[in-house]
Design a protein. Structure first.
Length: 172
């Protein structure tokens, strides 16, 4: 068993690194957290790149609640990514202007599911806070929520990596 957290900035190569960690797995359940908006062509193109890169023998589960899916074991699971999952949770709860912690129950459920999971699990999440303080309240809210969630996930995982310019740095 290995639970691995892969952190990195936008376009750092974190997803490709995470996929490579499971390249030897005979089957992989890929939990895709992005919600496709057909009117956002740029985001649709990014999703297509991820889809095209996945091996044909991987099973993709889209638009799902990871905490629920992780109750069912699979030989290997890749959860990509926590940032889009958190954004969808904030949207669903209309929490962008709500107090911090509004999505805590969902975050608690995810961390508990990760901690209880006993098969190979690789989680991709954006690392934040390496730049300027966001100018908007929603930007600061996301930064605070993802930062706290990343810390909790790192504690629940046996390994953690930070990807910088495509290069992995082992943190744990």
């Amino acid at each position: 068993m290995a639970r691995i957290l892969v952190l990195g900035g936008a376009r750092s190569g974190k997803s490709a690194f995470a996929e490579n960690l499971l390249a030897d797995a005979p089957s992989v359940r890929y939990l895709a957290t992005a919600v496709l908006d057909v009117t956002d062509h740029d985001f649709a193109d990014r999703i297509a790149v991820h889809r095209d890169r996945r091996p044909a023998h991987w099973t993709t589960v889209e638009n799902t609640e990871p905490a629920t899916v992780l109750t069912a074991e699979a030989p290997a699971t890749l959860l990509d990514d926590i940032g889009t999952w958190l954004t969808a949770r904030l949207d669903a709860r209309a929490a962008w202007d709500a107090p911090r912690g509004t999505v805590a129950p969902e975050c608690d459920a995810l961390v508990a599911a990760v901690a209880a999971y006993r098969q190979r699990l690789v989680i991709v999440s954006p690392e934040v806070g390496m730049g300027v303080i966001p100018a908007t309240r929603s930007g600061r809210l996301f930064r605070d929520e993802i930062g706290t969630l990343n810390q909790r996930l790192a504690q629940a995982c046996e390994e953690a990596y930070l990807i910088v310019a495509g290069l992995p740095i082992r943190l744990k």
